[in-house]
Design a protein around this ligand. Structure first.
Ligand code: DX5
Ligand code: ZN
Length: 220
């Protein structure tokens, strides 16, 4: 039986009740905390930075999956390691020397992730896939929660899965953006290992149950 990992995105939490929402995730069937860091340059939005992440990691009891939507992420690798990131994901489009960046992330004791914008082709990862612990396929254009899922994502997941198998890599496939109970099963069937869900979880009447439903739905 496949155990799909569920990663609620804290971007959709109630920031005035952040500790409550973190405790909710701690007590739920969620596997990871997904943390979106946006700089207003790589994406047209600013989310939150280091002091807020520090406050989150103080209470969070699960894997900290940090998604950097920032230019020149190399500047902050050590900072995020010190703040307790388990996985640090950088954008393909923001890295001129991606291979070097991945090694630098691992040298700080974190797992290395690469996120791809919706227009970025999977084939571009062919020569580096064995060095990547996680590929985050963006199923919306990064920058905002609550957007609708881009249908072309299924094909990208299949293509990435084929590449991983062909290269004998152990890379996990994460999907980020517009994930709901309507697309979760098809994504897992296509090869997804981790589903990020922001609005779908936090705008639900019962977020804990919604996480449990996603978890059950994707056990196949
Ligand atoms: C988008 C972020 C996502 C976002 C997902 O730029 O990377 O992680 O929080 O939110 P939903 O699930 O609402 O699309
Ligand atoms: Zn994200």
């Amino acid at each position: 039986m496949k155990n799909t990992l569920i990663a609620p995105s804290v971007l959709a939490a109630d920031f005035a009740n952040l500790q409550r929402d973190i405790e909710m995730i701690n007590a739920s069937e969620a596997d990871w905390f997904h943390i979106d860091i946006m700089d207003g340059v790589f994406v047209p939005n600013i989310s939150f930075g280091m002091p807020v992440l520090e406050a989150i990691t103080k209470h969070a009891k699960k894997t900290i999956d940090v998604h950097l939507m920032i230019v020149d992420p190399d500047r902050y690798i050590k900072t995020f390691a010190d703040l307790g990131a388990t996985i640090l994901t950088v954008h393909y489009e923001a890295c001129t020397h991606l291979h070097r960046t991945l090694q630098a992330i691992k040298a700080e004791g974190m797992q290395a992730g690469v996120a791809l914008n919706p227009h970025t082709n999977i084939a571009l990862l062919e020569d580096v896939i064995q060095d990547i612990d996680l590929v985050c396929i963006m199923s919306v254009n990064p920058g905002f929660g609550g957007q609708s899922f881009i249908e072309n994502t299924y094909k990208k997941v299949q293509k990435l899965k084929e590449l991983i198998v062909q290269k004998g890599a152990t890379t996990l496939i994460e999907i980020d953006g517009g994930v709901t109970n309507k697309n979760a099963v098809q994504l897992v069937e296509a090869g997804a290992d981790v589903l990020v869900a922001g609005s779908y979880v936090f705008k639900a009447q019962n977020p804990t149950e919604t996480i449990a439903d996603l978890k059950n739905l994707t056990k196949n």
